[in-house]
Design a protein around this ligand. Structure first.
Ligand SMILES: Cc1cc2nc3c(=O)[nH]c(=O)nc-3n(C[C@H](O)[C@H](O)[C@H](O)COP(=O)(O)OP(=O)(O)OC[C@H]3O[C@@H](n4cnc5c(N)ncnc54)[C@H](O)[C@@H]3O)c2cc1C
Length: 241
């Protein structure tokens, strides 16, 4: 997989700072914008605003990512995030011409499964090509393609949605490929000096809340029940207090 930050709202920190400051200042937004220059001061206000739950100020800044070579299994999970815009490579108009596929480590680590997986992919590819060459439209031949085939996608998310989606998908219990995708998105922000400081807000949900709400807690943060003092009986039902 390859993830690039193609574009983003210019001066993102200054935009978010101006939005947040405008809510609590008698000054006009333009005045606040023109005076805003101290990065640490801007970040401190953004941090306080985010921690207070005043998240709408984050919606003024958007990021456009170019994603290459994720599986269709991964892209299907990605596009469930509804507050983002997507443009995905079409299987109607783009004929599959290579055998690119994502093979999970759990399969590729077991030789007999990897061999069987590769053989099946090869058979599917051959049948797909046979159908297309016989005049079956690519939009119909694609019905035989598996979740493993790769796709490219351009995605635009505002900062609020990026924080929300990342909090779910960076969790160590999230599915490995989509987790890797969100890690790569965060790295892409880190690589750009204008967005690097904002990557500090892109965290796993437990790093934001301080507790874990997963059934199978990985231990990075204590379980939610423990932190909130919720007591359960042996059947997992909350005890009345
Ligand atoms: C670990 C994990 C397992 C999952 N398993 C499954 C599964 O088995 N099957 C499945 O179908 N999905 C599954 N999903 C997808 C999940 O249900 C969500 O569709 C996905 O995570 C998108 O996130 P979201 O709904 O929080 O919000 P987004 O679509 O990213 O929207 C952001 C926020 O906007 C608000 N919002 C958006 N749309 C609406 C709306 N229509 N009404 C009210 N508020 C809205 C909500 O507050 C939402 O949290 C899974 C997700 C995770 C992280």
């Amino acid at each position: 997989m390859n993830v690039s930050l193609l574009s983003f709202t210019p001066e993102p920190l200054r935009v978010i700072f101006t939005a947040a400051r405008s809510c609590y200042s008698p000054s006009a937004p333009l005045e606040i914008w023109e005076k805003a220059s101290d990065e640490e001061k801007m970040l401190a206000l953004i941090k306080r605003t985010v921690e207070s739950g005043h998240h709408s100020v984050l919606e003024h800044v958007s990021f456009t990512f170019g994603v290459k070579g994720i599986s269709r299994a991964c892209s299907h999970q990605l596009v469930r995030h509804r507050l983002a815009s997507y443009s995905q490579q079409s299987q109607r108009y783009v004929r599959k011409t290579d055998s690119a596929a994502v093979v999970p480590g759990s399969i590729s680590d077991v030789r007999k499964f990897k061999e069987k997986f590769d053989a099946l992919l090869g058979e599917i590819e051959a049948f797909y090509n046979e159908m297309v060459e016989a005049g079956i439209p690519a939009e119909d031949a694609r019905y035989i393609l598996p979740n493993a085939v790769t796709t490219n996608i351009v995605m635009t998310m505002n900062m609020r949605e990026l924080i929300h989606a990342s909090s779910l998908r960076l969790c160590l219990r999230a599915q490995w490929e989509i987790r890797r995708l969100f890690l790569e998105m965060r790295k892409a922000l880190e690589r750009n000096e204008d967005t690097a400081r904002l990557s500090d807000f892109v965290l796993m949900k437990c790093e934001i809340t301080g507790f874990c709400d997963e059934a199978d807690c990985c231990g990075i943060r204590p379980p939610k029940d423990e932190v909130l003092g919720i007591q359960k009986n042996e059947k997992g039902k909350v005890r009345a207090r």
